[in-house]
Design a protein around this ligand. Sequence first.
Ligand code: FAD
Length: 169
Amino acid sequence: MFRQMRRGRQQLSAGEAEELLRYGSSGVLAVHGDGGYPYAVPLSYVYTGGKIYFHCAKEGHKLDALQRDPKVSFAFIGEDTIVSEKYTSYFRSVIVFGRARVVEDESERLTALRALAEKYSPDRPQEEREREVSSCAQALIVGIEIEHMTGKQAKEYVGRARTGEEAGQ
Ligand SMILES: Cc1cc2nc3c(=O)[nH]c(=O)nc-3n(C[C@H](O)[C@H](O)[C@H](O)COP(=O)(O)OP(=O)(O)OC[C@H]3O[C@@H](n4cnc5c(N)ncnc54)[C@H](O)[C@@H]3O)c2cc1C
């Protein structure tokens, strides 16, 4: 049921899309919100084990929405370079469709928390990160099982390899 990209030449390979997602700092989760309105909410996340995880308050609009309807979309902008003389932006982005669920399994929850800590505080000592993870005993973690993922880049990037800097390395 998922659509083909109309401008297929601009589609990134699955590996390139995954790499973008791995290095991104935040994305926007879209859920089926209140009263028929979509609700798009920015979040920090980690992509690990083929899934997207984020931590979440124990109540609120987003949690109510995804518990009512687990089908979600998640969009991430990997690059948005304005090129004024061309009246355009050279971009790279990823869009995911999948199902969200509160992670109940304790070992999966801890793995996701550790992955979040490693992603966002890689420079901090491991023991400190472990303490932080232990202090999040009550934190709620949501996982997104990915059903469809595509990456797209500006047409100006087609056929051009990414530099290390562009790849976030
Ligand atoms: C870069 C970034 C990273 C973030 N990372 C996380 C994260 O990892 N985990 C996490 O739980 N939250 C994160 N947040 C905060 C997140 O965007 C939400 O504010 C938060 O998750 C609460 O969502 P809720 O639906 O429970 O809020 P509720 O308070 O229940 O939302 C009620 C209403 O408040 C408004 N609202 C809520 N959030 C925002 C917002 N961010 N901006 C403007 N209006 C808003 C909307 O109108 C919404 O319908 C992040 C925000 C940013 C910008």
